[in-house]
Design a protein. Structure first.
Length: 201
């Protein structure tokens, strides 16, 4: 009787372990194979992810501001206005997504440490335009405004790509890294387009 009871208890214990194992595998994937759609992957983040989001929001906002400024001008090459429309359409949704992530992570939108939170940044290499740069674009008109927009946006994109590459190297959140990868690809392509347009102006 004692031996039979032992076998029954052992069998029940094994079944319980298998059940728990199945549940764990279904809801808590490891960091190496986690899906970006799972709650665990979405909630997992590192300081670099926070810094990336905090710094990319104003970076994108400035790109949108520059693009809206050029779209309000007359006499600008249609290839440039098409590009400005494309940049605005791509970056406005990303701004909202970045804000949503910061809210989910319980962090402020405003960064206190700047890009110093990501190695290699904080040295002015983020591509942000100065007040004087923005004023120069605002004061330019027609073809001159279009050309200046392209020159500034190339530098701006280069800074965004550097920030995104640092996120890919140092970040942990899979969703944020996916956005960073998209930024590298899309903005590298846009830089090529802008250089091509500049060569024909």
């Amino acid at each position: 009787m004692r031996k039979s009871r032992t076998y029954l208890l052992t069998g029940a214990a094994i079944a319980a372990v298998l059940t728990l194992s199945a549940c764990t595998n279904g809801t808590e994937p490891s960091s190496s194979s986690g899906s970006s759609s799972s709650p665990t992957a979405s909630a997992s983040f590192a300081p670099a992810d926070v810094t990336f989001a905090q710094m990319m929001i104003p970076h994108h906002e400035q790109a949108v501001e520059m693009s809206e400024d050029i779209l309000a001008r007359d006499g600008v090459d249609v290839r440039i206005t098409d590009l400005a429309t494309q940049i605005t359409a791509a970056q406005e949704p990303e701004i909202e997504q970045l804000r949503d992530w910061l809210a989910e992570w319980g962090t402020d939108e405003t960064s206190t440490g700047g890009m110093d939170g990501m190695s290699g940044m904080g040295d002015g290499s983020d591509g942000m335009m100065s007040d004087d740069d923005m004023m120069a674009l605002e004061n330019a008109s027609g073809p001159q405004a279009g050309e200046l927009y392209l020159e500034q946006m190339i530098v701006h994109h280069q800074g965004a790509i550097m920030m995104a590459e640092l996120e890919l190297d140092e970040g942990q959140n899979e969703d944020a890294k996916a956005m960073a990868s998209n930024i590298v690809t899309s903005q590298t392509n846009e830089i090529d387009v802008m250089k091509d347009i500049l060569s024909t102006l």
